[in-house]
Design a binder for this molecule. Sequence first.
Ligand code: ADP
Length: 350
Amino acid sequence: MTNAVIRFEGVEKTYPSRAGTAAVPALTDVNLTVPEAAIVGVIGRSGAGKSTLIRLVNGLEAPTSGRVVVDGTDITALSEPGLREARRSIGMIFQHFNLLARRTAYQNVALPLEIAGVSAREIKARVEPLLDLVGLADKRDRYPAELSGGQKQRVGIARALATRPRVLLSDEATSALDPETTNQILALLRKVNAELKLTVLLITHEMAVIKAVADRVAVLDGGRIVEEGRTFELFARPQHPTTRSFISAITGANLPPHLADRIQAAPIPGGQAVLRIVFTGAHATDPVLSRVSRLLSIDLNIIQAQVDDIAGEPFGVIVVSLPGDAATLGAVTAAIERLGLATEVIGYVS
Ligand code: ADP
């Protein structure tokens, strides 16, 4: 069992009522563990409680009840000086980078070290390798206004690493970036995670971010974690409707419009069932469909097929239609699941 670097234990957070408004329950019974050197993602829609959750880790918010333990220290029990000390081992990056406009890249990265009273010589010895690490050695004397979004976030990452934290918190760090730059920044996060054995907790509203970097993911909905597990498992076998809707946006479970318009939840006499089959790992290239169709003498019509990569593992989704009667459907799903693949009936069409 690996060490838990961040642990939420029975965390509740309710914002007090303001004049005339009811109290807002932002987090309810949150239990979550971030193992050492892992990248854990928390995904949720706007208002789900993501910012509240991440702000509890560096003590910017205090829970109403429960504990948040970081690196063995109960953050909720610390006084202000204790918190300042603890924050030195917790780096953070932000959606809008939060760089100081009047400081160069170098000076922005140096700032936390200046605040900590580190000597100019030691600062230089730390900042230069960090600028190298994030690929910005040639931009050290540029001001934020002279840098692209991706370059600004690189400065943000170097600054967050300056105090040699064990934990990096990422608050929607790629939400303001285009898809290509997003991928570059996510690759950099993976690199620093691997090279520095850094433990990363990130919050996002984009499943593509989770898919690209997170080892594990928690789905936050209305302040509760409704599902949590290995990213790959979650993609392969999503249980909660919220998880499914996040995933369907990117794994091809989005049906072609001509089908999406006609699909119904209940079986239609004489109609067809629409089945989603997830191929994972070793099975990804198995000719499962032809085997099943031959074995059972049933025609499976492929509606959509897509092969993808989730946290480095091959992952395929195929959507097929087949006769929608319970007997056929039962036989086909059983045969496919015996071969180790996951199935889900998406609905029925006439
Ligand atoms: P997210 O980051 O997922 O959008 P937040 O953590 O910001 O979610 O918000 C969760 C809930 O708590 C929302 O209903 C939000 O309106 C409420 N909330 C957040 N911050 C405050 C605050 N400082 N005072 C009162 N309510 C807040």
